[in-house]
Write a protein that binds this ligand. Structure first.
Ligand SMILES: Nc1nc2c(ncn2[C@@H]2O[C@H](COP(=O)(O)OP(=O)(O)OP(=O)(O)O)[C@@H](O)[C@H]2O)c(=O)[nH]1
Ligand SMILES: [Mg+2]
Length: 300
């Protein structure tokens, strides 16, 4: 049987649903998701396996305005992921926003040699009447190899996307596939636990707070049936620390509980989670602290 193998990078504006799409394709939560902008900061690999293919998906941070060194790090991640030898680039746009405008911002991104698929996401939350008038114009200007409306949330047409991608992948020997079949991401449970805590910060707190938060795991002890995790939540101001902790510690207790439950679900065992809130003013512009928090690329 013919076996297909290759790399696919997912790019698009912040909040269009790239990470939701990755999780849907892989069938596991490999990337955190939130209704707030600038959720993903790193590239995350998700490995899709079936009987006739192995597809390595790279989920990237969303395009957004660069204000801090952290934003530059995020931008560098996108550049790396589109310029490396990817077979297919998936441009994701939000079906609830003007389509042509969003496409035009992505139109020239990536290597000429990569095949390109334009995904119109969130079709579960819009109507054919709203989409249809825009599709004519989009068809005229769009130079991608394919256009596909889908819903990452419900899974509609995600199987069609996989089949489309397979068409453009080289044929490989099964024995030559890049990753063992049981591996579905490049991230370890320590990293994923820190990300889950950050996801819950994005969910529970508003305004600048989540964007100024970094999470560092200090202890990850799996020697017992009960996994003991201790993590520091870094924020930029004393006022933010007070909000994160909340009156009588109520807010941090809530954060700790929902983060613990999500980590327990991922690890499939009981977890003891200890959270500490610390202040590091302006860490998002400080090279040393960025690197300490893991936001550093090898090229720097
Ligand atoms: N209705 C609907 N909502 C979706 C769909 N896909 C994603 N969302 C929602 O859109 C929001 C953003 O999703 P993410 O997957 O975090 O978006 P992203 O593109 O990875 O965002 P960044 O990491 O910030 O670049 C979340 O609230 C998702 O639940 C979809 O198909 N339909
Ligand atoms: Mg994301």
């Amino acid at each position: 049987m013919e076996f297909k193998c290759g790399y696919v990078t997912i790019i698009g504006n912040t909040n269009v649903g790239k990470s939701t799409l990755l999780n849907r394709i892989i069938g596991e939560k490999v990337a955190i998701v939130s209704p707030k902008a600038q959720t993903s900061r790193d590239n995350t690999i998700g490995i899709y396996n079936d009987e006739n293919s192995q597809i390595i998906f790279i989920d990237t941070p969303g395009y957004h305005k660069t204000e801090h060194k952290l934003d530059e790090y995020m931008q560098e991640n996108i550049d790396t992921a589109i310029n490396s030898d990817v077979n297919v680039l998936v441009y994701v746009i939000d079906g609830k926003k003007p389509l042509v405008e969003q496409y035009e911002k992505l139109a020239n991104k990536g290597d000429k040699r990569s095949k390109k698929i334009l995904v119109i996401n969130k079709i579960d939350d819009t109507t054919f009447e709203k989409l249809y008038p825009q599709l004519d114009k989009l068809n005229q200007v769009c130079k991608t190899d394919e256009i596909l409306p889908l819903s990452a949330l419900t899974g509609k047409n995600v199987d069609v996307l996989i089949d489309m991608i397979k068409k453009y992948l080289p044929t490989y020997d099964y024995e030559m596939r890049y990753y063992p079949e049981e591996q579905f991401t490049d991230k370890n449970v320590r990293y994923l636990s820190a990300e889950i805590i950050r996801e819950k910060v994005l969910l529970l707190y508003n305004d600048e707070i989540p964007h100024g938060v970094a999470v560092q795991i200090n202890q990850f002890d799996e020697s017992d049936d009960l996994v003991k995790i201790s993590a520091d939540i870094y924020c930029e101001r004393d006022a933010h620390k007070m909000i994160i902790i909340g009156k009588n510690g109520d807010a941090i207790k809530k954060l700790s509980t929902i983060a613990r439950i999500a980590i327990e679900k991922m690890l499939d065992c009981k977890v003891y989670l200890d959270l500490f809130v610390k202040v590091k003013p302006n860490w998002r512009v400080d090279n040393l602290l960025l690197s300490e928090f893991g936001y550093k690329n090898d090229v720097n």
